[in-house]
Ligand binder design. Structure first.
Ligand SMILES: Cc1cc2nc3c(=O)[nH]c(=O)nc-3n(C[C@H](O)[C@H](O)[C@H](O)COP(=O)(O)OP(=O)(O)OC[C@H]3O[C@@H](n4cnc5c(N)ncnc54)[C@H](O)[C@@H]3O)c2cc1C
Length: 373
């Protein structure tokens, strides 16, 4: 007789997507097992960074604006008083260059969705943020209620709470010769950049893991111009660059949103390149003249798990109807973890409608336009 434990749902991958998926199933009384090969939001996972932006602006894309709104509510409710510092309301400042169409569309969508924001012309920007160099900037939009999620610790907190709610967490690698056998009614593979390795025939060419480098610059001693509230989180779409103020004294964060080379998430080097370090230094010198000689105090190398459109992948396996894919965060997925977990639980438990943009059939085998974090 087979005494193996049977779960309602097995979630493979304890990054932000898998953690919130397991949490929503556990909240709804399901028997859940959450499995990860390396641990929740580990250093090779896309969710393993210190910090991720949560902003509502998405150009004309109302779907992600609404998802970000829904997710921010859930993150804040989840953090409550106990984990309050895992959301840092720094505000998010969008900067537009000469081609300001996307930011104009963002304004339109934010209005429609009743998201609070403030528009600032160049003079207002210069008055309010004298520590930023605004050359090439035409105007800005400030989202005061948005900010930063302290990513890896936030995922760890979600996993811990899912376990409190009855989920089991296991360290194990699925679908390898040494892998364990798990019996469950439904399987959700939330494996980020690993999805293509696990399902090479279906996803090998549909998920493009790209190398992304992140830099932290040390701020001058005793200088508060680079910490919130003096400096918000910011994104400059024209340059495909974004950054964060000095949070938890880690330094000013800066990263380029261009997609780097295709990488293997298990083996790619986590050492930054000279070339990107130089580019980051030059950019900081231009936008933050007072940090011209600031040292790089920390670095991270991570990967995006891009789809061809930048839209998420939430769909069933084409042949195995109880096997689901949940991924394709494409450099902007972290903030949406709560809404994504809720969406999958709704589809599996309530038969809620799928989102057509997340379907497998919309995922092409050629790489895409970048999305800003
Ligand atoms: C540098 C950088 C900056 C970013 N900035 C932002 C931002 O500011 N805002 C934002 O919203 N998003 C941002 N993102 C995107 C966001 O971080 C990702 O979209 C999100 O973290 C993806 O989460 P995930 O759970 O799908 O994947 P992951 O976090 O990679 O998790 C996948 C998990 O699956 C596990 N796994 C894989 N294969 C197996 C197996 N065979 N068995 C068991 N476990 C397995 C892995 O170990 C891993 O833990 C950024 C990403 C990067 C890299």
């Amino acid at each position: 007789m087979n005494n193996q434990k049977r779960y309602d749902v097995a979630v493979i991958g304890a990054g932000v997507f898998g953690a919130w998926t397991a949490w929503h199933f556990a909240r709804r009384g399901q028997r859940v097992v959450l499995i990860d090969a390396y641990g929740p939001a580990h250093s090779r996972a896309s969710s393993g960074g210190e910090s991720r932006i949560i902003r509502m602006g998405y150009g004309a894309d109302e779907l992600y604006t609404r998802w970000a709104m829904r997710s921010l509510l859930q993150w804040k409710e989840f953090f409550g008083a106990e984990h309050r510092m895992l959301f840092q309301k720094t505000g998010v400042l969008w900067l537009a260059g000469e081609d300001d169409l996307q930011l104009r569309q963002t304004i339109f969508t934010l209005k429609r969705c009743e998201v609070p924001f403030e528009e600032m012309d160049r003079a207002a920007l210069e008055r309010r943020f004298p520590q930023i160099g605004f050359d090439d900037v035409t105007f800005g939009v400030f989202e005061p209620e948005s900010g930063v999620l302290m990513a890896r610790r936030a995922v760890a907190a979600v996993v811990e709470d899912a376990v409190k709610r009855g989920a089991e967490y296991r360290l194990a690698q699925i679908a390898t010769p040494a892998g364990e056998r798990i019996v469950a009614g439904q399987f959700v593979f939330a494996c980020g950049a690993w999805l293509g390795k696990l399902f090479p025939d279906i996803l090998g060419e549909r998920i493009f893991p790209s190398r992304q480098e992140v830099f932290f610059f040390g701020i001058p001693g005793g200088d508060s111009r680079f910490t919130p509230p003096a400096l918000p989180t910011w994104l400059f779409q024209h340059d495909l660059v974004y950054g964060m103020p000095d949070l938890e004294s880690r330094g000013l964060k800066i990263a380029f949103d261009h997609h780097g080379e295709r990488v293997d998430p298990d083996t790619q080097s986590r050492m930054v390149s000279q070339e990107m370090a130089e580019a980051a230094r030059n950019y900081v010198a231009r936008r933050f003249p007072a940090l011209r000689d600031a040292p790089i105090v920390e670095t991270r190398v991570c990967q995006y798990e891009n789809t061809s459109s930048g839209d998420f992948l939430v769909d069933r396996h084409p042949e195995m109807k109880n096997v689901w894919f949940a991924g394709g965060g494409s450099g902007h997925g972290f903030k949406h973890g709560p809404a994504l977990g809720e969406h999958i639980a709704g589809q599996i438990l309530d038969g809620a409608s799928p989102e057509p943009r997340f379907s497998l059939t919309t995922k092409d085998t050629r790489p895409l336009d970048p999305h800003l974090a």
